[in-house]
Design a protein around this ligand. Structure first.
Ligand code: TRP
Length: 344
């Protein structure tokens, strides 16, 4: 059994524990602001965060802006991406009164945790991380010190607030494992300061994009939450399908058709096969019209709430979140330095 299967097997019990005792959990999760958020993010992670918040779990959402430069030269439109993500969070139902939304670059004490944490891992362990290896290959560049060590930085993201529950996708599981190792080693060497956080793996299946591959901005196959209804229609119309008028759900042989069916299915909470049956032999044009209507209807309220929010609103939310995160990080850094005997 691989570690993902093992982790997935633990999820039902973990979910039951969260439902029973939400007050025992502190969630830290977030993303790398490399682009606009899309439907894949919504169903993969954002919806889960809103559920946890609603269940009464103390929730922190990090915009990991330093992580943007792990595999590229510059941070690009990072501020725009951060503001846009905050606006999507608010439109999706995250409440900044109860959920702390912040950027890790704005929290110096969080970043300082990186120093003692780096002493707790070996170079060989860093090189072994399968996600880092995959990202290195995909980047086609030389390995930067930041790419090699970012899982340790991510441990600081999680442990600064003593988070004990980390909702992540499968590709981030090695980082949660490393966070547990760092917490354990710190506690063994210096005394109990940190919890060993658990990963919460989302049960939503990965949403394919309009070409059937994983939905991703870099593939140009994404429906961004901030698109207008017309932009959405245009993106869906552009999807590559085939000439077979009988619509069937066959991701292997008909990726474009399958991507459309999966998208319509997820926004309607139905199955792709059901929708394929309903379209019958009406062809890909009819499937596109159906998908456009389904997606635009699903996003209507999100977009209306989004349109009422401005970058200034996002900036105000971040200022508060950064301040709250900073106060907590400063306390944790004080615990760390005193555990290490570095108080003067
Ligand atoms: N690496 C995460 C991603 O790929 C983003 C992230 C940064 C994160 N810090 C985190 C996720 C801490 C969970 C916890 O999207």
């Amino acid at each position: 059994m691989d570690s993902f299967t093992a982790t997935a097997g633990r999820m039902p019990r973990l979910r039951a524990r969260i439902a029973q005792h939400p007050e025992r959990f502190r969630v830290l999760t977030g993303e790398r602001p490399t682009g606009r958020l899309h439907l894949g993010h919504y169903f993969g992670t954002i919806r889960e965060r809103v559920r946890l918040q609603t269940a009464g779990v103390d929730t922190f959402v990090i915009l990991a802006d330093y992580q943007v430069i792990t595999d590229r030269d510059t941070a690009g439109d990072v501020r725009e991406n951060v503001y846009s993500a905050v606006i999507d969070y608010l439109a999706a139902g995250l409440d900044p009164q109860v959920t702390t939304i912040f950027a890790h670059s704005a929290v110096p004490a969080l970043n300082q945790l990186l120093l003692p944490f780096l002493s707790l891992v070996s170079e060989a362990e860093l090189h072994r991380n399968p996600t880092v290896k995959a990202e290195l290959r995909a980047s086609g560049r030389a390995l930067s010190g930041l790419l090699l060590t970012y899982p340790v930085h991510q441990a600081a993201d999680i442990l600064f607030c003593k988070g004990n529950l980390v909702p992540v996708g499968k590709d981030n599981l090695p980082h949660v494992e490393m966070t547990r190792t760092i917490a354990r080693r710190f506690n063994e060497r210096y005394g109990d300061v940190f919890p060993e956080p658990e990963a919460l793996v989302t049960d939503a299946p990965e949403l394919p994009g309009l070409d059937g591959r994983k939905m991703s901005k870099s593939y140009g196959n994404a429906i961004e939450l901030g698109m207008t209804a017309d932009e959405t229609a245009a993106a869906i119309r552009r999807a590559r399908t085939d000439a077979d008028r009988a619509i069937t759900y066959d991701p292997g042989r008909r990726p474009g058709v399958a991507g459309l069916l999966a998208t319509a299915a997820v926004v309607l909470s139905r199955t792709p096969d059901e929708i394929a049956d309903e379209i019958g032999t009406a062809g890909a044009g009819a499937l596109k019209t159906f998908t456009i209507e389904a997606v635009n209807e699903f996003l209507r309220e999100h977009r209306a709430r989004r349109a009422a929010l401005t970058p200034d609103d996002a900036a105000a939310v971040l200022r508060r979140g950064n301040e709250r995160a900073d106060a907590i990080a400063t306390d944790t850094l004080t615990d760390v330095r005193s555990a290490m005997g570095m108080t003067y």
